[in-house]
Design a protein around this ligand. Structure first.
Ligand SMILES: [Mn+2]
Length: 372
């Protein structure tokens, strides 16, 4: 049996560098997935980790370099950093969103390089995007989990990166947005919140950190002014009149799904942006995947029929991120045990790609320079 001779070119590492040492050269220098040059004489031409198939190697988001250490993040100061918040002990109904970050990271059939057809941009030519790993949560202790999520998001935000947090149940928005509000201060934070649910209850069976209550906590704590907390896509049969009354007293604005049906998503989202920015300068975008109709996104804990189309939400994210200064974003409530064919995880993954692409397009359109 002949031995394969593989010494002529270094093979790509099927794992990248867990210390986040992948350089721009290794990311861009080697052959890409769709290299248009003819096959070379050497069939073992190196493909670095970024250019290997999505299912090969360590599953960082979009095969971006892992930069999990706070000091390394601060030194690198990336433009955007993905953060996992794999916690779901605050749910009122079906659990499973703790598996969301891993499922979202894996829901790609691309190698690292991407080209947004909608926006005509290769975002990683314009932005340094890394995967900062997960907050070190443990189950069964909501306070501890929220504390480590808040610390992790604060580390990322203080590095100068825009955190994009993958949930996790929606309770994680309380520590995440609290951290972001602290990091951007004294500039004030507005929130655009896509969801079937208002999540502004006082408590759920007595628990103040429930996934049905984070928006109330953020307003009560002063992290976000009620009048700049704007919700889009609410529908179904919750909350009750007392909670809606409390929301109105805070000046919260919300746009029901019925309004989207009547006016179209683009007009409604334009209003939501203006309301959230009526005072604040920067926006936290919170996307509960259950804003999408469960027919298109079944993998979630509290599915409510009659929601947005996936394509409407993706367009809405381009609209928001393209017209505000984004401070942070989260995508929550992806519960893989209830998903089918990874359709919900893929929708969440694309929500993130739309945001990254829109951030890159914003930099380009503002006259910025590409990174290379
Ligand atoms: Mn929801």
């Amino acid at each position: 049996m002949g031995l394969l001779r593989i010494a002529t070119a270094p093979l790509g590492t099927a794992g990248g560098d867990a210390r986040g040492a992948m350089t721009d050269e290794t990311r861009r220098g080697a052959r890409g997935m769709n290299d248009e040059s003819p096959p070379g004489a050497d069939p073992y031409t190196a493909y670095d980790d970024f250019n290997l198939p999505s299912y090969v190697g360590l599953p960082s988001f979009q095969k971006l370099p892992w930069v999990t250490d706070a000091d390394a993040l601060a030194a690198r100061a990336p433009d955007v950093a993905i953060v996992g918040a794999p916690f779901d002990d605050a749910v009122s109904h079906r659990p499973g969103a703790r598996f969301g970050p891993r499922a979202i990271r894996q829901a790609s059939y691309h190698s690292g390089s991407i080209n947004s057809l909608a926006l005509g941009i290769e975002p990683y030519d314009w932005l340094d995007v890394v995967d900062a790993g997960d907050a070190p949560v443990t189950p069964m202790d909501v306070e501890r989990a929220h504390a480590v999520i808040e610390r992790k998001v604060l580390e990322v935000a203080r590095s100068g990166a825009i955190p994009i947090i993958l949930g996790g149940d929606h309770s994680i928005t309380y520590p995440s947005a609290s951290a972001v509000a602290a990091a951007v201060a004294p500039r004030r934070l507005g929130v655009v919140h896509f969801d079937a649910h208002a999540d502004a209850a006082n408590a759920t069976w007595g628990n103040l950190r429930s996934h049905g209550a984070p928006m109330r906590r953020l307003i009560e704590s002063g992290a976000v002014a009620g009048r700049n907390f704007v919700q889009v896509g609410l529908r179904g049969y919750w909350p009750g009149p007392e909670t809606l009354e409390w929301m109105a007293e805070q000046g919260m604005r919300w746009h029901l799904m019925t309004e989207i049906e009547e006016r179209g998503a683009e007009a409604v989202v334009a209003d939501a942006i203006a309301q959230a920015l009526d005072g604040p300068e920067v926006i936290y975008l919170s996307v509960d995947i259950d804003v999408i109709d469960p027919g298109m996104a079944p993998g979630t804990g509290t599915p409510e029929p009659g929601g947005m189309l996936t394509r409407e939400l993706l367009r809405a994210i381009r609209q928001v991120v393209g017209s505000v200064e984004l401070a942070a974003m989260d995508v929550v409530e992806v519960a893989p045990p209830f998903d089918h064919a990874e359709v919900t995880a893929a929708a969440a993954h694309r929500c993130v790609l739309e945001a990254i692409s829109a951030l890159a397009a914003r930099r380009r359109d503002a006259g910025g320079s590409p990174r290379r």
